[in-house]
Design a binder for this molecule. Structure first.
Ligand SMILES: [Zn+2]
Length: 89
């Protein structure tokens, strides 16, 4: 015991360009399911400061998919939603 594994802090190297670091920000996400097009705005994401690639956490992706399924069930064809307004805290 006594060996410390270095913990990664906040910033993660971007796997796409391998030179930028990701920083927390907001991004739009477009989902298409069963002929339904949904756009979520203001989605929390980690954004690469170099290439601009957006990374959503597993939790966020999960929520987006659930929201998309709800929209499909309610018969919406095209919708633009604010992520924060659509997801109860
Ligand atoms: Zn990048």
């Amino acid at each position: 015991m006594g060996t410390r594994v270095p913990q990664k802090e906040g910033h993660v190297k971007c796997p796409i360009c391998r030179s930028g670091e990701t920083r927390p920000g907001k991004a739009s996400s477009l989902l298409e399911r069963g002929g339904v097009t949904l756009v979520f705005q203001e989605v929390p994401a980690d954004i690469c400061e170099n290439c601009g690639e957006e990374y959503f956490s597993e939790e966020t992706t999960d929520r987006l998919l659930k929201l998309a399924e709800e929209a499909v069930r309610s018969g919406v064809r095209v919708a633009v939603r604010q992520y924060a307004a659509a997801v109860p805290e």
